[in-house]
Design a protein around this ligand. Structure first.
Ligand SMILES: CC(C)(COP(=O)(O)OP(=O)(O)OC[C@H]1O[C@@H](n2cnc3c(N)ncnc32)[C@H](O)[C@@H]1OP(=O)(O)O)[C@@H](O)C(=O)NCCC(=O)NCCS
Length: 175
């Protein structure tokens, strides 16, 4: 049976292994560890998926901002999300994304940003960020930079470049 809940201290090693094995490298696993120590971390939005007692998936959403001409709009970065290879394709990733978005909405967050496959995230309501004039701070393949308004018109009139927590640059760019 699948359950999804906020991660606890005892889940940390298993969460590391989920990302390590799903991505086939340690960068994302280390990113999660770095983000846990960051002010961008929101404990309620670090969710673990369990098959019985075993952690098989994890999703993290952290604070970021959209920098506009007049200020900063708070948003969430959805990253990373991973499911153990042998558990992929069973809806666990989708359940994590849906529950994560629900939790974010419940906490009053208004905007979520993701870099991901354009064939996967639209099913959750994400659309290309360029339609809003929201720009990534790095080069991204066409359609991969997407946004979701958790509240109607949250991005109305908002244009600008997003700013990720610094941990993203420090960890993900490592070879
Ligand atoms: C992406 C991931 C989290 C999805 O989890 P999952 O439990 O397999 O997802 P679900 O079973 O809910 O959904 C399966 C769908 O995702 C699609 N999918 C899985 N991985 C994908 C990828 N890397 N790119 C595009 N689509 C992908 C499948 O094709 C399938 O699509 P369909 O429903 O149209 O057939 C999982 O495949 C994974 O851990 N991948 C490696 C890590 C990764 O790339 N994470 C995302 C970037 S942060």
């Amino acid at each position: 049976m699948l359950t999804i809940r906020p991660e606890g201290l005892d889940d940390r090693q298993a969460v590391f292994e989920v990302h390590h094995r799903a991505f086939g490298r340690v960068n994302e696993a280390r990113l999660v560890e770095a983000l846990r120590r960051s002010p961008a971390f929101i404990p309620e939005l670090s969710l673990v998926a369990l098959d019985g007692p075993r952690a098989v998936g994890h999703i993290l959403m952290t604070r970021m901002v959209v920098k506009t001409a007049t200020g900063s709009l708070p948003a969430l970065a959805l990253a990373p999300v991973a499911v153990l290879p042998e558990f992929q394709g069973r809806g666990i990733g989708s359940a994590l994304v849906r529950q994560g978005l629900q939790g974010a909405r419940h906490l009053g967050h208004r905007v979520v940003i993701v870099v991901g496959h354009p064939g996967y995230y639209p099913r959750f309501g994400f659309i290309p960020a360029e339609r809003f004039g929201i720009r990534p701070p790095f080069v991204v393949s066409p359609g991969a930079f997407m946004v979701l308004e958790l509240q109607v018109d949250a991005l109305r009139g908002v244009q600008g470049e997003v700013e990720y927590p610094p941990e993203f640059a420090q960890v993900v760019s490592q070879p």
